[in-house]
Structures are given as structure tokens and as C-alpha cells.
Design a protein around this ligand. Structure first.
Ligand code: CA
Ligand code: CA
Length: 318
């Protein structure tokens, strides 16, 4: 009788222990899964960061007096000299640094910011020209460009001969910034810029460097950016055709970038403020690097803007 009771108690204890261990086991399984998830994500992030480091190293190794679309930082032909595509890092995984070129090709490399119109410092005629070209039905391009200039400059009156007060934003419920743009979408706060216009121009504008002056590289600028500078569409197309070389394709070995001598004939066609911002090289670059964990479970993209000497101006992880 006593022995039977002990047996039953023992069985109960075993049953309870079994239930407990199943519970702990389940918990451990979840925790292992979470740890694995964390490990894969961390690996992917650091792989993406490795791509940023590689990009900056390539930028630092290059001369930037003349920068063109076929240089190794811009468009890397991975068969001969893989720098940016599916680069293996130990057993952790790979990174790829790439971006879509204007014609939808994928370029393995980074983009210069000087191919875009910098809304922090471009002459207002250039900004107006960009809006007119990308949004031809917009009758207020000149006024919007003036508003953008008012937003970014420190004073509160328009330059002479106008001299009128800059628009005030009390109706919108905020104040005019009177300071440089920190991000491109901040331009949505400027009077006259709505979502529709922003969608049209956002691929062609930058705020980097956040500074009172910057250049536009005619060796990398898009057709809209060249027209914004003041070139006719024909001239802009001729510039692109010339720099593309004999094969007519940009980013290939036969590209023929401009320097100040070969561009002189075009430079004379520009008004003085536009001519003053033309350059043939670039100093700021946008790097989009994606890391992939080796088991294919995680991927992370780091986007950054860096100077040619490795200074970081913008950083985003997702
Ligand atoms: Ca102002
Ligand atoms: Ca070419």
C-alpha cells in the first residue's frame, strides 16, 4: 500500500518534470530562433557596412579632377574587376553596392551628388529651369525657384531689384526656415511645391553638400540637369552623346569625359551664374550598399552620402 503510494507520487513528479521540460524546451527553441534572427540581421548589417567601407576606399584611391560614368567608382564591370557585386566576406555572406542608372540599367558602384541640382545652392535660374523641364505645365517655376531661394537664404527680402519681403508662412502654421535644407523632402514645405511636383523632381535634386556652394558635374549630369543649367535639349543631348563615346552607351570603356578645354565651346552658351557652377569632377557620393547573410535569411541596406575623403554627411540603415 505504502509502496503503491510512493510509485504514484513518483509518476506524478515525473509527469510534472516532463511537462516542465517540454515548456523550457519550447522556450529555448524560440530563443534560439530569435538569436539566429538577430545573428543574421547583424551579419547583414555589417556586410552592408563593409560595402560602404569598400566604396569609400575606392573613392579615396581615385583622382577627382575629372570624374566620369565609366570610372570604377561609378560603373564597375564585374567580370574583370569585381568590386561591388556579390562580394563575399568570409562565411558571413555578401554585399552588393549598386544603383539604377537613368536608363534603368543597374550600375555596380556609387553615384556622385554633383549629377543632381543642389537646392541648397543652385542659382535660382537653374532650379526654375529644372522645374520647367520636368513639369512643363507648371506656370510658376520662376516663383517657386524664388521661394526655394528665400527659404534657404538667411535674409528676409528678395534680392534687388525686386527687394520685396519674402513670403511668410503663417498661413501654413510654420516659419520660413531662412537656413539651408537638411533633406530633399523639406522642399515640400516651400510654397508652391506639392507632392506631385516633388515626385517629378526628387530624382534630380540633392541637398548635399549642405553648403552655400556646390558644383554640377557635366560628365555625370542627367539630361534634365543639363537643360536646367541652361542648355537647349539639343545641346544637352549632344553633350551626353559626346561623353558616351563611339558606342553611344554611357559607363563603358570608350566614354570621353569633358575637361575645361573640351567643354569650353559649350560653356560659352551658359549664362554667368550657371557657368560658375559647372565642374568636371565630383566630391560627394551616394552609396547604397546591401548586405545578405550567407543563409539567405536576412538583408540590410545602408545608404550614405560620403565625401571623396570619407567624411559622412548622411547615414540610413534599413
Ligand atoms: Ca530667406
Ligand atoms: Ca561609351
Amino acid at each position: 500500500m505504502k509502496r503503491g503510494a510512493i510509485l504514484i507520487i513518483t509518476l506524478w513528479i515525473l509527469a510534472i518534470l516532463a511537462i516542465l521540460s517540454i515548456g523550457i524546451g519550447g522556450r529555448m527553441g524560440l530563443e534560439l530562433k530569435l538569436t539566429g534572427f538577430y545573428r543574421d540581421n547583424t551579419a547583414a548589417l555589417y556586410l552592408a557596412k563593409a560595402g560602404i567601407k569598400r566604396s569609400i576606399a575606392v573613392l579615396q584611391s581615385e583622382e577627382h579632377a575629372v570624374d566620369s560614368l565609366n570610372e570604377k567608382w561609378s560603373c564597375n564591370t564585374e567580370e574583370t574587376d569585381p568590386l561591388f557585386k556579390d562580394i563575399k566576406v568570409g562565411d558571413a555572406g555578401t554585399f552588393t553596392v549598386n544603383y539604377p542608372f537613368y536608363d534603368k540599367r543597374v550600375f555596380y558602384g556609387v553615384q556622385d551628388e554633383e549629377r543632381r541640382i543642389n537646392i541648397n545652392n543652385a542659382p535660382k535660374e537653374v532650379i526654375s529651369g529644372l522645374i520647367s523641364y520636368l513639369d512643363p505645365a507648371n506656370a510658376n517655376a520662376g516663383e517657386i525657384a524664388a521661394n526655394i531661394e528665400d527659404w534657404r537664404d538667411a535674409d528676409n527680402t528678395r534680392p534687388p531689384p525686386d527687394g520685396s519681403p519674402e513670403p511668410d508662412y503663417s498661413e501654413e502654421g510654420y516659419e520660413r526656415k531662412d537656413a539651408l535644407f537638411d533633406s530633399a523632402d523639406e522642399v515640400l514645405l516651400v510654397r508652391g511645391v506639392d507632392q506631385g511636383l516633388f515626385e517629378k523632381i526628387k530624382g534630380y535634386i540633392t541637398v548635399y553638400p549642405i553648403a552655400a556652394s556646390a558644383k554640377i558635374n557635366v560628365n555625370t549630369a542627367s539630361l534634365p540637369a543639363l537643360v536646367a543649367l541652361g542648355f537647349s535639349e539639343d545641346d544637352a543631348n549632344a553633350i551626353i552623346a559626346r561623353r558616351a563615346g563611339e558606342d553611344g552607351v554611357e559607363g563603358t570603356a570608350d566614354d570621353a569625359p569633358f575637361d575645361s578645354n573640351s567643354f569650353a565651346v559649350y560653356l560659352t552658351k551658359l549664362a554667368a551664374p550657371s557657368a560658375a557652377v559647372v565642374s568636371y569632377g565630383s566630391q560627394y557620393f551616394r552609396v547604397i550598399s546591401t548586405g545578405y547573410s550567407s543563409n539567405g535569411r536576412a538583408r540590410k541596406t545602408v545608404t550614405c552620402v560620403a565625401s571623396s575623403v570619407g567624411e559622412i554627411l548622411f547615414w540610413n540603415e534599413e
